[in-house]
Ligand binder design. Structure first.
Ligand code: MG
Ligand code: MG
Length: 282
Protein backbone atom coordinates (compact mmCIF):
# COMPACT_ATOMS: atom_id res chain seq x y z
CA UNK A 1 0.00 0.00 0.00
CA UNK A 2 1.24 3.46 -0.85
CA UNK A 3 -0.04 6.05 1.60
CA UNK A 4 1.06 8.98 -0.52
CA UNK A 5 -0.76 8.27 -3.74
CA UNK A 6 -4.52 8.37 -4.03
CA UNK A 7 -6.35 5.64 -5.87
CA UNK A 8 -6.87 6.65 -9.45
CA UNK A 9 -9.93 5.54 -11.40
CA UNK A 10 -9.28 4.14 -14.87
CA UNK A 11 -11.65 5.90 -17.25
CA UNK A 12 -13.34 4.39 -20.28
CA UNK A 13 -12.77 5.45 -23.87
CA UNK A 14 -15.55 7.21 -25.81
CA UNK A 15 -16.21 3.98 -27.75
CA UNK A 16 -16.52 2.02 -24.51
CA UNK A 17 -18.87 4.66 -23.10
CA UNK A 18 -21.07 4.38 -26.19
CA UNK A 19 -21.29 0.63 -25.62
CA UNK A 20 -22.24 1.25 -21.99
CA UNK A 21 -24.93 3.65 -23.19
CA UNK A 22 -26.43 0.71 -25.11
CA UNK A 23 -26.71 -1.31 -21.91
CA UNK A 24 -27.95 1.74 -20.02
CA UNK A 25 -30.76 2.30 -22.50
CA UNK A 26 -31.92 -1.30 -22.09
CA UNK A 27 -32.21 -0.67 -18.35
CA UNK A 28 -33.92 2.71 -18.86
CA UNK A 29 -36.53 1.25 -21.21
CA UNK A 30 -37.16 -1.71 -18.93
CA UNK A 31 -37.72 0.50 -15.89
CA UNK A 32 -40.08 2.71 -17.90
CA UNK A 33 -42.10 -0.38 -18.82
CA UNK A 34 -42.10 -1.70 -15.24
CA UNK A 35 -43.32 1.61 -13.86
CA UNK A 36 -46.41 1.26 -16.10
CA UNK A 37 -47.01 -2.28 -14.83
CA UNK A 38 -46.59 -1.53 -11.11
CA UNK A 39 -50.34 -1.47 -10.47
CA UNK A 40 -52.54 -2.94 -7.70
CA UNK A 41 -53.01 -6.70 -8.07
CA UNK A 42 -49.79 -7.47 -9.91
CA UNK A 43 -47.23 -9.70 -8.21
CA UNK A 44 -43.56 -8.84 -8.01
CA UNK A 45 -42.84 -12.13 -9.84
CA UNK A 46 -45.03 -10.94 -12.74
CA UNK A 47 -43.04 -7.70 -12.88
CA UNK A 48 -39.90 -9.79 -12.94
CA UNK A 49 -41.14 -11.84 -15.90
CA UNK A 50 -41.99 -8.65 -17.81
CA UNK A 51 -38.49 -7.34 -17.12
CA UNK A 52 -36.71 -10.50 -18.23
CA UNK A 53 -38.74 -10.81 -21.43
CA UNK A 54 -38.15 -7.15 -22.27
CA UNK A 55 -34.40 -7.22 -21.59
CA UNK A 56 -33.96 -10.34 -23.72
CA UNK A 57 -36.13 -8.87 -26.51
CA UNK A 58 -33.59 -6.03 -26.73
CA UNK A 59 -30.77 -8.53 -27.18
CA UNK A 60 -29.44 -8.07 -23.65
CA UNK A 61 -29.09 -10.34 -20.63
CA UNK A 62 -30.33 -9.69 -17.07
CA UNK A 63 -27.31 -9.13 -14.83
CA UNK A 64 -28.97 -9.82 -11.48
CA UNK A 65 -30.29 -13.26 -12.45
CA UNK A 66 -27.91 -15.82 -10.94
CA UNK A 67 -25.72 -13.12 -9.35
CA UNK A 68 -24.47 -14.89 -6.19
CA UNK A 69 -27.55 -17.08 -6.58
CA UNK A 70 -30.13 -14.29 -6.91
CA UNK A 71 -33.30 -15.68 -8.48
CA UNK A 72 -34.76 -12.53 -10.05
CA UNK A 73 -34.11 -10.32 -13.06
CA UNK A 74 -34.98 -7.29 -10.94
CA UNK A 75 -35.01 -6.46 -7.24
CA UNK A 76 -38.43 -5.46 -5.94
CA UNK A 77 -38.30 -3.82 -2.51
CA UNK A 78 -41.70 -2.90 -1.05
CA UNK A 79 -42.40 -0.43 1.79
CA UNK A 80 -40.00 -1.19 4.68
CA UNK A 81 -37.78 -3.18 2.31
CA UNK A 82 -34.81 -1.00 1.38
CA UNK A 83 -33.04 -2.98 -1.33
CA UNK A 84 -32.45 -6.50 -2.77
CA UNK A 85 -36.07 -7.67 -2.43
CA UNK A 86 -36.64 -10.95 -4.30
CA UNK A 87 -39.54 -11.04 -6.78
CA UNK A 88 -42.16 -13.57 -5.68
CA UNK A 89 -45.87 -14.11 -5.00
CA UNK A 90 -46.37 -10.83 -3.15
CA UNK A 91 -49.37 -8.97 -4.59
CA UNK A 92 -48.86 -5.22 -4.81
CA UNK A 93 -51.52 -3.08 -3.16
CA UNK A 94 -52.59 0.48 -3.91
CA UNK A 95 -50.34 2.88 -2.02
CA UNK A 96 -47.40 0.50 -1.66
CA UNK A 97 -44.02 2.14 -2.13
CA UNK A 98 -41.99 -0.07 -4.46
CA UNK A 99 -38.35 0.33 -5.42
CA UNK A 100 -37.37 -1.51 -8.59
CA UNK A 101 -33.68 -2.10 -9.30
CA UNK A 102 -32.69 -3.37 -12.75
CA UNK A 103 -29.45 -4.40 -14.38
CA UNK A 104 -28.62 -5.60 -17.88
CA UNK A 105 -25.60 -6.64 -19.91
CA UNK A 106 -25.27 -5.75 -23.59
CA UNK A 107 -22.18 -6.69 -25.57
CA UNK A 108 -20.32 -7.32 -22.32
CA UNK A 109 -21.11 -3.93 -20.76
CA UNK A 110 -23.34 -3.27 -17.77
CA UNK A 111 -26.11 -0.83 -16.92
CA UNK A 112 -27.64 -0.52 -13.44
CA UNK A 113 -30.46 1.77 -12.28
CA UNK A 114 -33.35 1.92 -9.83
CA UNK A 115 -36.58 3.83 -9.40
CA UNK A 116 -39.07 4.24 -6.57
CA UNK A 117 -42.75 4.69 -7.24
CA UNK A 118 -46.20 4.38 -5.69
CA UNK A 119 -48.38 1.46 -6.75
CA UNK A 120 -51.51 2.98 -8.28
CA UNK A 121 -49.84 6.32 -9.00
CA UNK A 122 -48.92 9.34 -6.91
CA UNK A 123 -52.52 10.10 -5.98
CA UNK A 124 -52.58 6.75 -4.13
CA UNK A 125 -49.48 7.59 -2.08
CA UNK A 126 -49.17 8.85 1.49
CA UNK A 127 -47.80 12.39 1.61
CA UNK A 128 -44.71 11.29 3.55
CA UNK A 129 -43.96 8.56 1.02
CA UNK A 130 -44.17 10.97 -1.90
CA UNK A 131 -41.85 13.35 -0.05
CA UNK A 132 -39.43 10.49 0.65
CA UNK A 133 -39.42 9.36 -2.99
CA UNK A 134 -38.87 12.92 -4.21
CA UNK A 135 -36.17 13.65 -1.62
CA UNK A 136 -34.28 10.50 -2.61
CA UNK A 137 -34.51 11.28 -6.32
CA UNK A 138 -33.39 14.86 -5.67
CA UNK A 139 -30.43 13.57 -3.66
CA UNK A 140 -29.48 11.25 -6.53
CA UNK A 141 -29.20 14.19 -8.92
CA UNK A 142 -27.39 16.30 -6.34
CA UNK A 143 -24.86 13.47 -6.06
CA UNK A 144 -24.58 13.08 -9.82
CA UNK A 145 -24.05 16.84 -10.23
CA UNK A 146 -21.05 16.60 -7.88
CA UNK A 147 -19.20 14.31 -10.32
CA UNK A 148 -16.42 16.40 -11.83
CA UNK A 149 -13.13 15.38 -13.43
CA UNK A 150 -10.15 16.05 -11.10
CA UNK A 151 -12.42 16.35 -8.04
CA UNK A 152 -12.84 13.83 -5.23
CA UNK A 153 -15.39 11.09 -5.84
CA UNK A 154 -16.51 11.44 -2.24
CA UNK A 155 -17.99 14.86 -3.01
CA UNK A 156 -20.92 12.80 -4.28
CA UNK A 157 -21.73 11.55 -0.79
CA UNK A 158 -21.40 15.02 0.72
CA UNK A 159 -23.85 16.36 -1.88
CA UNK A 160 -26.31 13.51 -1.26
CA UNK A 161 -26.16 14.08 2.49
CA UNK A 162 -26.62 17.86 2.21
CA UNK A 163 -29.56 17.37 -0.15
CA UNK A 164 -31.27 14.87 2.17
CA UNK A 165 -30.81 17.10 5.21
CA UNK A 166 -32.27 20.05 3.28
CA UNK A 167 -35.25 17.99 2.12
CA UNK A 168 -35.80 16.78 5.67
CA UNK A 169 -35.73 20.33 7.01
CA UNK A 170 -38.35 21.28 4.42
CA UNK A 171 -40.72 18.66 5.82
CA UNK A 172 -39.65 18.88 9.48
CA UNK A 173 -38.23 15.39 9.33
CA UNK A 174 -34.91 13.62 9.78
CA UNK A 175 -34.43 11.10 7.00
CA UNK A 176 -32.13 8.12 7.43
CA UNK A 177 -29.28 7.69 4.97
CA UNK A 178 -28.51 3.98 4.65
CA UNK A 179 -24.76 3.64 5.10
CA UNK A 180 -24.41 -0.13 4.76
CA UNK A 181 -25.03 -0.11 1.00
CA UNK A 182 -23.26 2.22 -1.41
CA UNK A 183 -22.82 3.08 -5.07
CA UNK A 184 -20.03 1.56 -7.14
CA UNK A 185 -17.93 1.61 -10.24
CA UNK A 186 -19.52 -0.12 -13.23
CA UNK A 187 -18.31 -1.32 -16.62
CA UNK A 188 -17.48 -4.86 -17.70
CA UNK A 189 -18.88 -5.97 -14.34
CA UNK A 190 -21.82 -4.63 -12.37
CA UNK A 191 -19.96 -3.98 -9.14
CA UNK A 192 -16.45 -2.62 -9.55
CA UNK A 193 -14.18 -0.36 -7.54
CA UNK A 194 -14.46 2.28 -6.30
CA UNK A 195 -17.31 2.35 -3.81
CA UNK A 196 -19.41 5.53 -3.69
CA UNK A 197 -20.78 6.29 -0.21
CA UNK A 198 -24.00 8.29 0.10
CA UNK A 199 -22.75 10.33 3.05
CA UNK A 200 -19.94 12.75 3.87
CA UNK A 201 -16.63 10.97 4.47
CA UNK A 202 -13.56 12.15 6.31
CA UNK A 203 -11.33 10.74 3.56
CA UNK A 204 -11.11 12.43 0.19
CA UNK A 205 -11.47 9.21 -1.78
CA UNK A 206 -10.23 8.63 -5.32
CA UNK A 207 -10.11 11.36 -7.93
CA UNK A 208 -12.66 11.34 -10.70
CA UNK A 209 -10.96 10.97 -14.09
CA UNK A 210 -12.06 11.45 -17.68
CA UNK A 211 -14.30 8.52 -18.65
CA UNK A 212 -15.13 7.49 -15.07
CA UNK A 213 -18.33 5.43 -14.87
CA UNK A 214 -20.10 4.99 -11.55
CA UNK A 215 -23.52 3.95 -10.30
CA UNK A 216 -24.86 6.46 -7.78
CA UNK A 217 -27.62 5.01 -5.60
CA UNK A 218 -28.90 6.70 -2.44
CA UNK A 219 -31.16 4.60 -0.19
CA UNK A 220 -33.14 6.77 2.20
CA UNK A 221 -35.55 5.90 5.02
CA UNK A 222 -38.45 7.74 6.67
CA UNK A 223 -37.11 6.62 10.04
CA UNK A 224 -33.78 5.29 11.23
CA UNK A 225 -31.29 3.88 8.75
CA UNK A 226 -30.61 0.77 10.88
CA UNK A 227 -31.38 -2.35 8.87
CA UNK A 228 -31.12 -6.11 8.71
CA UNK A 229 -31.13 -8.83 6.07
CA UNK A 230 -34.13 -11.18 6.19
CA UNK A 231 -33.82 -14.98 6.44
CA UNK A 232 -34.01 -15.16 2.62
CA UNK A 233 -30.40 -13.87 2.72
CA UNK A 234 -31.19 -10.95 0.38
CA UNK A 235 -34.02 -8.64 1.39
CA UNK A 236 -32.76 -5.67 3.41
CA UNK A 237 -35.41 -4.08 5.67
CA UNK A 238 -35.47 -1.20 8.11
CA UNK A 239 -35.35 -2.31 11.75
CA UNK A 240 -38.00 0.23 12.77
CA UNK A 241 -40.36 -0.73 9.93
CA UNK A 242 -40.18 2.70 8.34
CA UNK A 243 -40.47 2.90 4.58
CA UNK A 244 -37.49 3.37 2.28
CA UNK A 245 -36.81 4.71 -1.21
CA UNK A 246 -33.97 3.93 -3.62
CA UNK A 247 -32.98 5.71 -6.83
CA UNK A 248 -30.00 4.86 -8.98
CA UNK A 249 -28.32 5.81 -12.24
CA UNK A 250 -25.16 4.72 -14.03
CA UNK A 251 -23.27 7.85 -15.05
CA UNK A 252 -20.29 8.65 -17.28
CA UNK A 253 -18.09 11.62 -16.43
CA UNK A 254 -16.31 13.59 -19.14
CA UNK A 255 -14.29 16.76 -18.83
CA UNK A 256 -17.12 18.56 -20.65
CA UNK A 257 -19.84 17.18 -18.40
CA UNK A 258 -22.05 14.23 -17.62
CA UNK A 259 -23.93 11.58 -19.52
CA UNK A 260 -26.52 9.62 -17.53
CA UNK A 261 -26.26 6.28 -19.27
CA UNK A 262 -29.44 4.83 -17.76
CA UNK A 263 -31.70 7.85 -18.40
CA UNK A 264 -33.85 7.76 -21.55
CA UNK A 265 -32.76 11.30 -22.47
CA UNK A 266 -29.20 10.79 -21.26
CA UNK A 267 -29.94 13.11 -18.36
CA UNK A 268 -30.61 16.24 -20.44
CA UNK A 269 -33.67 17.40 -18.47
CA UNK A 270 -32.56 16.57 -14.92
CA UNK A 271 -29.00 17.83 -15.38
CA UNK A 272 -30.40 21.14 -16.64
CA UNK A 273 -32.58 21.33 -13.51
CA UNK A 274 -29.56 21.00 -11.22
CA UNK A 275 -27.33 23.15 -13.40
CA UNK A 276 -24.86 20.39 -14.30
CA UNK A 277 -23.26 20.22 -17.76
CA UNK A 278 -24.70 17.62 -20.14
CA UNK A 279 -22.15 15.99 -22.45
CA UNK A 280 -23.61 13.04 -24.38
CA UNK A 281 -21.34 11.16 -26.76
CA UNK A 282 -24.03 9.94 -29.16
MG1 MG B 1 -28.93 -1.36 -8.93
MG1 MG C 1 -26.01 -0.57 -8.21
Amino acid sequence: MNFFRRERIVGKTPDQLRLMRGAGLVVARTLELLQQHAVPGVTTKELDAIAEEHIRSLGAVPSFLGYHGFTGTICTSVNEEIVHGIPGPRVLAEGDLISIDCGAILEGWHGDAAISTIVGGREAGRAEDLELIDATEKALYAGIAALTVDRSLYEVGAAVEDSIIASGNEHDRVYGIVEDYVGHGIGTAMHMDPQVPNYRCREKGPMVTEGTTVAIEPMITLGDQANEVLADDWTVVTLDGSRAAHWEHSVAVMREGLWILTALDGGAAKLAEVGAPFAPLD
